[in-house]
Design a protein. Structure first.
Length: 247
């Protein structure tokens, strides 16, 4: 099977992420926002000139795209496929050897492990619970590869998510995405992104710090009812040492 790439080309592309600073930039950008070079430099703890050099390489390599507004230079992940690549690689990377050293770091890691955005869809324990519940309800079916069912179209419409506009996009309607913390799939694709946005619009979830997502008390009850789940199953763990956030 021909892919259009050879060993040298693949190695060159892989080298874009074979640097901790560049890899860290891509992980930060998994929140789906556009960041300035200065913001990424501060997050990574590097000089602005160093960040600029790394970003130039990532843009030239097609992993990031650049937007300019006045004097400001913004970058974001090039597309959902890049986000998928970064999340998949992070899920296969070994866990950090050192645990978080402060309560604040441990709390931030636990919040990300419970619920976060993976580019534009829901990830973490809550994302995996959602995925499993959609399979149990018959919204999704995996018997012949992951697919949205007719019942799923009706369920989504009842939630205020019409499917036809999603079919018109170039993205897959539904797709598995391996979750870094849970090591199991959560839902990506156009439907995954639409659900994440709809939950925010309804106030069922709110954005926390960075990529963290919080499930509101009213949202927990509403989501549990929509998925026919015990609300207690959606509650975040009382404590969880998830380690430093990576993806």
């Amino acid at each position: 099977m021909t892919t259009g790439a050879d060993g040298r080309g693949l190695a060159g592309f892989a080298a874009l992420l074979a640097d901790p600073t560049r890899a860290g930039f891509c992980l930060a950008l998994l929140d789906g926002r556009a960041w300035t070079a200065g913001e990424l430099a501060r997050a990574a703890g590097v000089a602005a000139s160093t960040a600029s050099d790394h970003l130039t390489r990532l843009v030239a390599g097609g992993l990031l795209v650049e937007e300019r507004q006045g004097r400001h230079r913004y970058v974001r992940l090039a597309d959902p496929g890049v986000a998928q690549l970064v999340e998949d690689l992070a899920a296969r990377a070994p866990a950090p050897a050192t645990p978080p050293r402060t309560l604040r770091a441990a709390s931030a890691g636990a919040a990300l492990a419970y619920a976060r955005t993976c580019y534009d869809h829901l990830a973490g324990r809550l994302g995996v619970l959602l995925y499993d519940a959609l399979l149990d309800r018959g919204v999704l079916d995996r018997s012949g590869g992951l697919a949205l069912t007719g019942n799923g179209v009706t369920w989504l419409a009842g939630l205020g998510v019409p499917v036809e506009p999603l079919r018109a996009t170039r993205r897959p309607l539904v797709r598995d995405c391996l979750d870094w913390t849970e090591r199991r799939p959560h839902l990506a694709g156009a439907v995954g992104a639409a659900l994440c946005g709809r939950f925010l619009d309804l106030g069922w979830t709110t954005r926390g710090t960075g990529r963290a997502v919080r499930l509101t008390p009213s949202g927990r009850d509403a989501l549990a009812e929509a998925l026919a789940l015990d609300p207690a199953l959606l509650a975040p763990p009382a404590s969880r040492d998830s380690g430093p956030a990576r993806a």
